[in-house]
Design a binder for this molecule. Sequence first.
Ligand code: SAM
Length: 333
Amino acid sequence: MAIKETQTQLNVLDLFCGCGGLSLGFEKAGYHVLLGIDVWKDALQTYKFNHKDCLTLCADMSTLTGEEVQKYIGMNKVDVIIGGPPCQGFSIAGKRIVDDERNKLYKGFVRMVEYFKPKSFVMENVPNILSMGDGIIKASIIEDFQSLGYNVQTKVLTASDYGVPQNRRRAVFVGMLNGTFDFEIPSVEHKVTTSEALSDLPEGSLEEGAAYPIEARSEYQKLERRNSSGVYNHEITMHNEQTKRIISMVPDGGNYKDLPKELQETRKVHIAWTRLNSQRPSITIDTGHRHHFHYKWNRVPTVRESARIQSFPDDFIFLCSKTSQYKQVGNAV
Ligand SMILES: C[S@@+](CC[C@H](N)C(=O)[O-])C[C@H]1O[C@@H](n2cnc3c(N)ncnc32)[C@H](O)[C@@H]1O
C-alpha cells in the first residue's frame, strides 16, 4: 500500500487504538498517525472509516514484535508512540513489573518503545494506576522507560478541564527521549455542560444522515457539527414501561436516592438510575451498561449523544452493532 509523504509531520503509532479517539486528538494537534493496532475487528472498522489516511493492523499486542510492525509500515519511521494498554492489574516481583500473563499488554507497549525508540510517547491509563501497590507500579513503570533513555512525567488529567463535557479522569505517562520538559497544559475557563453538548439532539431516533432538526444552540454544538452534514448514530434505546416509569421520577442530575424507598433497590449497583446533570459536565460515561440516563428524556443517551460527551465530532461515524458502538465510544480516551 502506498504511504503518504509526511516529512513535515511527526509519525505516530497508536497501540490499542480502539475506534481511534486518541488518534483523532493527535491528528487534530497536527501529527500524522501512521498506524493503529488493535485486536478488535469492530473497532478497527470504525477506525478505518474515520481515519482514511492511516493504516490499521489487527494483531495481539501481547505477542506482536517491533520487527513485524516495521515490516508493515515499510520505510516509515515512528516518531511518537501513543496508547493505553488495558489494565488487567499488575504483578510485581520485588519492585519490578515482571514478564507474566497479567503484564503482557503493558509489556507490549514497552517492547514497541524499546524497538522504535520514538522521540516521545504518551501512555494513558486508569487514574489508580498511580496509587496501585502504594506507588510501586508507578515507580516501576517510570523505571522501565527511564532505563530506555526516557525522561517520564505523570499526571492525572480531567477531561472537563480541557473543553470536554465530561469529568473523565485518566492518568498519563509522557516520556521524552533524552529530553527534559515541563508538563503543563493550559486548561479552559468555561466547563461545557451536558445541555450545551446535547440540547440540539431530539428525543426520538433519526435516520442515518438525517438533517439537523434545529439550529445549534451552543458554541460546543457548532464546533461538533462543523464538518458534518447530518446526524448519525442517533437511534434511541427502547426501554420497557417499568424502566421509563421509574426514571421519570428521577430529576435532572438526580439518582436512585430520589426514588421512593421500595424502588431504590430495583437495580443493585450504586450508579443505577442516575440522570446526567444538564448544568454540569457529564459523569464518566461507560460502555453501554444503561445506568446513566439523559438529563431530560426518559432513556439512556444514544451513541451520538455519548460521542458528543466524549467530544467526538459529529462527522466521526461509528460502525457495527449498536452494542459494539457504545463500547467503542465508551472505551475511547
Ligand atoms: C481503552 S480501549 C482504547 C481506546 C482508544 N485509545 C481510543 O481512544 O479510542 C483499549 C483497546 O485495547 C484493545 N485490546 C485489548 N487487548 C488487546 C490485545 N491483546 N492486543 C491488541 N489490542 C488489545 C481493545 O480491543 C480496546 O480497543
